[in-house]
Design a protein around this ligand. Sequence first.
Ligand SMILES: *Cc1c(COP(=O)(O)O)cnc(C)c1O
Length: 406
Amino acid sequence: MGQRLIYLDNNATTPTDPRAVEAMLPYFYENPGNAASRNHPAGWVAEGAVDTAREQIAALINVDPREIIFTSGATESDNLAIKGVFEMYARKGNHIITVKTEHKAVLDACKRVEKMGGEVTYLDVDSKGLIDLAELEAAITDKTILVSVMWANNETGVIQPMKAIGEICARRGVLFMSDATQAVGKIPVDPKETGVHLLAFTSHKMYGPKGVGALFVNRKNPRVKVTSQMDGGGHERGMRSGTLNVPGIVGFGKAAEIAKAEMAEDAARTKRLRDKLETALVGMLEEAYINGSVEHRMPHVTNISFKHVEGEGLMMTFNQNIALSSGSACTSASLEPSYVLVALGLGDDLAHSSLRFSLGRFTTEEDIDATIKQVAEGVNHMRELSPIWEMYKEGIDIDAIEWSEH
Ligand SMILES: *Cc1c(COP(=O)(O)O)cnc(C)c1O
């Protein structure tokens, strides 16, 4: 008998809410228009649908609809913000400040900026995953044009002190950008109140369809501009050319409307289930550690290391039933420990022994009960087979052993 897949990988992507799918359907066949076709009703219908979605998305983050630029996703939004600011403000300076635990879309865009002659400072985080505000302030120079700090981390759920960072940026006159992909739609995000000038986010992490995202660009005080990275028809106020993905945008808008209405309820429910899962696993299993701040954290995420148990191997014990992520990243050459967990100070072994559980709107109590059972069984099973665990139980200090290299 096939078991239902338990989906606890909502930070990788969320299922599309059926209500968003429903809203999209009329924009494939019945309403085929291009939102840029201004000379016939089909175009007007598409444009109207895009306008509605823009309003729904703007309302979710409390900004003017004219400040929303549609893109293909958060990767593109991050690239547009970072490279676009770097090019637009080249006369003012060439220095960008970001953080070691950012998403690759930000880090790799910054690497590109370095290749183009820019200078980038990568701030450290403490063992909780939080940046040091004094360090940030000290890193700002008269050449600094942008500070880019993610709102919430995708691996740990840790939330940075956004308002305090916004105050520093305002005082020092530098633009503040945030990859808020993991926060928008799940906790209140208000860029204006927080002093954020550019905000990147994506539909498919908030129960909308994949392949559509947005960049908020502040219009007034200051009026922020980014150099477009795509040449073409000059759509989206000249900042992002390309025919708009009308059905995708409609679904994104609907997802934003639902998120605004149900955010508090969703957060409370996932937090209760997350806490249940976490308390049970940390309570039942020896040597289980929660990674990152438990105080400044998203309500639906927990990242736990099970010492002396290799996460990828642990996942194999229930791979057919539970979808989640480990603290190991597959690179072309090998299995690398997560750079985010390493930045928190975890050794390679503890990073490799971590699992990320990211709950969502459709996670049920039964999912969590089954997960607790299967993960606990898996950890115990792997430890029973492990000579390292046996040595640990016999009181041998594993970390003090000098393994011979071959
Ligand atoms: C998923 C994710 C992205 C990339 O978003 P896409 O829409 O898939 O391009 C960027 N940043 C963070 C923090 C993410 O979690």
